[in-house]
Design a binder for this molecule. Structure first.
Ligand code: AMP
Ligand code: GLY
Length: 425
């Protein structure tokens, strides 16, 4: 089978690496891809917002299945356009992708379906939003409604901060995404991510993970797309997973179907494990980046039939096998990320760094210039390892990082501190 994968990050390199091992795969294309993916797939320049161009490319190359990595093309209706053209796609319709594309949409779904989440209000003007803050006080969370590249969330510890966040949203700091704001109760607890597949009706739980969103050690510094992850997340015990399935995931999938927007794809639940049980922080409608990297390293089954069954509605007939070992990934980013950073610095030593068979290096922002690998983005490499324990996986990942020669890059040195602290380390 010929497959097209959309995206260019570490998440997509991990998916490409897993897909390339499938006995059912004939040829893998990636648009646009990166230097790492070029080893396992043919990278092609396609404008993915031009749906007709994507469909024409599939017809020309005999591609029958398209795997969509990031959220933007999903919210933009690429899966719908492919379906209309008779092509199979992994990823939800634009209507179902509102679970990520609109925070207000998700909050309303939670209310209808009885999904536990933070109490909230939604507002389309600053005066009403500020009046709400006057009633609730702080701490409080202010969010721009739409997609804001992870930047539209303010955890306001004081009322003053909350009022300033409201002004920023309505003053256009996030463009259309801030035309409406959602204001939420501040939830306390430990965060974890839970990934499930849904074919619109059936749900297949995949795995749990924990991300590290802040740029620097000790969870300090600005928020990022994610600086490292590991799976499974020890806070997600079997009992909590069962509770999340019954109280959060199943009611969501049933409600989406009842509303006429069946959710087909990977549903990524961001959870807060509070003293009164797990609560939904938010949904994403795609794999996490870098969580996908650890999931793919833990997955033992062939990934292609799993993604296909999600698109075709056969998830009830599927069993997925996992390696028992935990996996961990450390993100190497360009100095300055998530603020301004330079592109084009040389990276060396990857071959030696990846020589341990338990280590895989997934590329995010990289490109090849005259035979030299160079940085081409903020998050650049994901050093991913499996081990008998989280500690062992972490040692392997950092040992690999020591062999990488890239003075213009940095990484967090404390990935998995929560899991290790739990073990009393
Ligand atoms: P989001 O983009 O909605 O995932 O929010 C980004 C981060 O803000 C989350 O990963 C949480 O750490 C934090 N956050 C969001 N909503 C809340 C909330 N209601 N209470 C506490 N923390 C939150
Ligand atoms: N790592 C967080 C995300 O993918 O949204």
């Amino acid at each position: 089978m010929n497959v097209l994968l959309i995206g260019s990050g570490g998440r997509e390199h991990a998916l490409a690496w897993a897909l390339s091992q499938s006995p059912s795969l004939n040829k893998l294309y990636v648009a646009p891809g990166n230097a790492g993916m070029a080893a396992v797939a043919e990278c092609v320049a396609l404008d993915v917002s031009d749906h007709r161009a994507v469909i024409d490319f599939c017809e020309e190359k005999g591609i029958v299945f398209v795997v969509i990595g990031p959220e933007a093309p999903l919210v933009d209706g690429l899966a719908d356009a492919l379906a209309l053209a008779g092509l199979r796609a992994f990823g939800p319709s634009a209507a179902a992708a509102q679970l990520e594309g609109s925070k207000a949409f998700t909050k309303e779904m939670c209310t209808r379906a009885g999904v536990p989440t933070a109490a909230y209000g939604r507002f389309d003007n600053a005066a009403a939003a500020k009046a709400y803050i006057a009633k609730t006080g702080a701490p409080i969370v202010v969010k721009a409604d739409g997609l804001a590249a992870g930047k539209g969330v303010f955890i306001a510890m004081t009322e003053e901060d909350a009022l300033s966040a409201i002004d920023q949203c309505f003053d256009g700091a996030f463009g259309d995404a801030g035309a409406e704001v959602v204001i939420e109760e501040f939830m306390e607890g430990e965060e974890a991510s839970f990934f499930v597949l849904s074919d619109g009706e059936n749900v297949l739980p995949l795995a749990t993970a924990q991300d590290h969103k802040r740029a620097f050690d000790g969870d300090e510094g600005p928020n990022t797309g994610g600086m490292g992850a590991y799976s499974p997340a020890p806070v997600m015990t079997d009992a909590i997973i069962a509770q999340v399935m019954e109280e959060i995931i199943k009611p969501t999938v049933a409600d989406m179907k009842a509303q006429g927007y069946p959710f087909k794809g990977v549903l990524y639940a961001g959870l807060m494990i509070t003293s009164s049980g797990p609560k939904l922080i938010e949904y994403n409608v795609r794999f996490g980046d870098p969580e996908c990297q650890v999931l793919m390293l833990r997955l033992k089954s062939d990934v292609l039939p799993v993604l296909l069954a999600t698109a075709e509605g056969n998830l009830d007939q599927l069993e997925v096998e996992w390696h028992d070992q935990p996996a961990l990934t450390v993100v190497m980013a360009a100095n300055g990320y998530p603020g301004d950073y330079k592109k084009g610095s040389a990276i060396n030593g990857l071959e030696e760094a990846a020589s341990d068979p338990d280590v895989e290096i997934f590329h995010a922002g990289t490109k090849m210039v005259d035979g030299q690998l160079v940085a081409n983005g903020g998050r650049v490499l994901n050093i991913t390892a499996r081990g008998n324990t989280v500690r062992e996986a972490r040692e392997k990942a950092y040992a690999a990082i020591d062999k990488i020669d890239w003075p213009e890059g940095f990484c967090r040195k404390d990935i998995a501190w929560r899991a290790l602290a739990r073990d009393g380390e």
